[in-house]
Design a protein. Sequence first.
Length: 350
Amino acid sequence: MTKSNSRIAQKKKRTLKRRFKILIPFLIVIIAVGSYFMHLYSKADSAISDSHDDINRDKSDLREEYVDPKFDNVSILLMGIDSSEKRGSDDAARTDALMVATLNKDDKSIKLVSIPRDSYVYVPEVGYETKINHAHAYGGPRSTIETVENLLNIPIDYYVRVNFEAFMDVVDAVDGITMDVPYEFSEQDSKDKANAIHLYPGVQKLDGEEALALARTRKKDSDVERGKRQQEIMKALAERTLSVKSILKYDDVIEAIGANLKTNMTFSEMKSFFGYLTNGTDLDIEALNIEGEDYKPGSIYYWQLDDRSLAQTINTLEDHLELPITDYGYDFAEEDDETSSSSEEAQSTY
């Protein structure tokens, strides 16, 4: 071998060594990240498997065929129950927060409707009308699902139930959420200690206990306004959980949910919803609310849902799920045109 060829060979070896030095750290990072996500995948699979409860219900009675979230529009009933380590059994608890989410597979959008906890509705489990939050205490998730289906006339395909502990732990696991507190108030904490949480108005970061207090309070407004706050809290928590900063905290999030969650979803079905979440902070979630008024036929207070508002909400959810639209005798299209026209007239005055 000539000196020239020897120098070329040595130069190639040095180049290869430099490349290996550069590649090795990248390989270590890739292996570490891959191992971490495999760990999370395995842990999440185990957590969901432990939390799974099919409540002896293969599909909704309002469905002719089984649905698959990979290919179909589906609905999820979200239940927040007022139980904790101090309060005791989850199964005997009432629902403190009740929301229905419909998911459209084509545009990956979500409609989220909050049902006021004191809503006066028919509960099939007991055969009479009472507060909707009692349904869970009478018959658990299945009774609540049947009550909501009877109210909204849409199939409820899945449910997710969490208690106070899970909510607070998840908020703390992602280092809190940022919320705009509407007014100053004091609220009891998760241990039922009166006025333990004191918040002032304005945009601020809340920990788990504070976020729970904001979600529960209704001392200065109505059940409807509380429902709107709960929707905003859910959206803020979802966005925070999906942020880049929270990726390394997923282990804590899964740990937080643990035994405090119940659902009829399998891990495979839950993975199918990932497409709805890939937009991160641009989650396409539209919040809906059912209007109503105070109702007190005797000594007990209820919230009487407005028939028109309820019908319009049902039609919106039916349309989003691409189900046949129920005719309730209201011309919502004409109503929307009048609203749009009024808005244009108002703008033209400025």
